[in-house]
Structures are given as structure tokens and as C-alpha cells.
Write a protein that binds this ligand. Structure first.
Ligand SMILES: CC(C)(COP(=O)(O)OP(=O)(O)OC[C@H]1O[C@@H](n2cnc3c(N)ncnc32)[C@H](O)[C@@H]1OP(=O)(O)O)[C@@H](O)C(=O)NCCC(=O)NCCS
Length: 191
């Protein structure tokens, strides 16, 4: 059953809320990478950077308990048109209940309201969770991308369900056989 959430700006939240987000960020992102956000201090620093002026940083609260359950950020990579979705993490206990989808929709609305037309993101495969993991794809990166499949619930499938298209791949982005899978979605309209 979907969880009812309310989504607010991260920047105006109390230190207590930011600490609760930092606490779930570590186990949440650990399925993606071994060396990003491994301590509370790193997670708090990332939250502070994400809240910097010009960025978008949003937090989802469980409507019933009032607890923070998800965090999404947006960075203006090609301002004002294109924003990078980074990061996205849902508290492990709250996953699979529509929180991620709600956060992505909220970010897209935030980007569109700022005149943005595209949201892009990179979804790394550092832990061999897709057909690209551990493979040498440099000979034919786009062919490998065309044949992409998930072998262990890789989140690119989640993004596809949210309407994102595969637009590229950076072979060996995080070391040999550890690519970054690029996706994007149109969220704004031409005038
Ligand atoms: C990936 C993540 C953000 C998804 O959020 P969520 O709240 O669990 O997802 P939702 O419940 O909103 O799911 C929406 C749809 O995507 C599907 N989905 C979610 N995660 C998926 C995954 N890893 N693989 C395949 N499908 C997935 C759901 O089944 C649902 O499908 P449906 O609409 O057909 O029922 C969340 O699981 C998470 O935080 N994971 C760990 C951190 C991470 O991987 N972040 C992304 C880094 S790029």
C-alpha cells in the first residue's frame, strides 16, 4: 500500500530532521556503492552541500508518523534547462511504498517551476547489478546499453518506471567494469 507523504524543502528543516535523514542515508545508499556516505558526518556534509543556494533539496515525511523517510536533490548542471537528480534515497523500511516515485515527481515539478526542461541522472553500477557490471564495454558502449538488463534490482528500472529514458553510459566511470548509466526525462514544455 502506498505511504502517504508530505514533501518539504530540506534547507529549512531542523538539525534533528537532517540527522535522521543522514542516519537512513547510509544503509539506503550502501546497496549502490561502498565508499559514498559511510559516516553520519559525511552524510550531514552532503545534506548541507545539497541545500546550498541554487540547488534543490527535498525531504519526504511519513504523514502518519511525521518521520523523514526519503531525500532527493537537484543540481543545475546546464542552467536553467537541465538539472541533475542527485541524490535519491528512501529509508530502507519505507521502500516499495511509492515514496521514491513521489520524490521524483516532486523534483520534476520543482525543476519545471524554475524553467527547467530536462532532468538527467547517473545511476552507477559499482556492484555488478546489471549486465554491464564487470564487463569491458568500451568497444561498443551503446550496443551494450541497448542490451542492458538488471540482474539484481538495479534502480535504473525504477527510473524507467518513472518515465526516464536511457541516454548514455560512461564505461569504467567508477573503475574498470563499473559504469555510470545515464538517464533523462523531459519535464518542461517549449513556450
Ligand atoms: C531506488 C529507490 C529510490 C526507489 O524508491 P521506492 O520508494 O522504493 O520506490 P517506489 O515504491 O516509489 O517504486 C516505484 C516503482 O518502481 C519499482 N521499483 C522500485 N525500486 C526498484 C528497483 N530497485 N528495481 C526495479 N523496480 C523498482 C517499484 O516496484 C514500483 O513499480 P510499480 O509502479 O510497477 O509498482 C529506493 O529503493 C532506494 O532508496 N534505494 C536505495 C538507494 C538507491 O538505489 N538510490 C538511487 C541511486 S541512483
Amino acid at each position: 500500500m502506498p505511504m502517504r507523504v508530505r514533501i518539504e524543502d530540506m534547507a529549512v528543516q531542523t538539525d534533528e530532521v537532517k540527522r535522521l535523514v543522514a542516519e537512513f542515508a547510509i544503509p539506503s545508499i550502501s546497496v549502490m556503492t561502498l565508499d559514498y556516505l559511510t559516516t553520519i558526518d559525511e552524510a550531514l556534509e552532503e545534506i548541507a552541500e545539497n541545500c546550498a543556494t541554487g540547488n534543490i533539496s527535498r525531504v519526504a515525511f511519513d504523514d502518519d508518523t511525521g518521520e523523514p523517510v526519503g531525500w532527493i536533490g537537484g543540481l543545475p548542471t546546464y542552467p536553467p534547462y537541465t538539472w541533475e537528480l542527485h541524490p535519491l534515497m528512501v529509508k530502507p523500511e519505507a521502500q516499495g511504498q511509492g515514496v521514491g516515485r513521489a520524490l521524483v515527481a516532486d523534483l520534476e515539478a520543482q525543476v519545471a517551476a524554475r524553467g527547467g526542461i530536462t532532468v538527467q541522472l547517473g545511476s552507477d553500477d559499482e556492484l555488478n547489478r546489471t549486465s554491464l557490471g564487470g564487463a569491458d564495454i568500451f568497444d561498443d558502449p551503446l550496443g551494450a546499453l541497448m542490451r542492458l538488463s538488471s540482474t539484481d534490482n538495479h534502480p535504473f528500472v525504477f527510473y524507467q518506471k518513472c518515465g526516464y529514458k536511457l541516454v548514455g553510459v560512461i564505461p569504467d566511470a567508477n573503475g574498470f567494469g563499473k559504469p555510470d548509466i545515464l538517464l533523462a526525462k523531459r519535464v518542461g514544455h517549449s513556450a
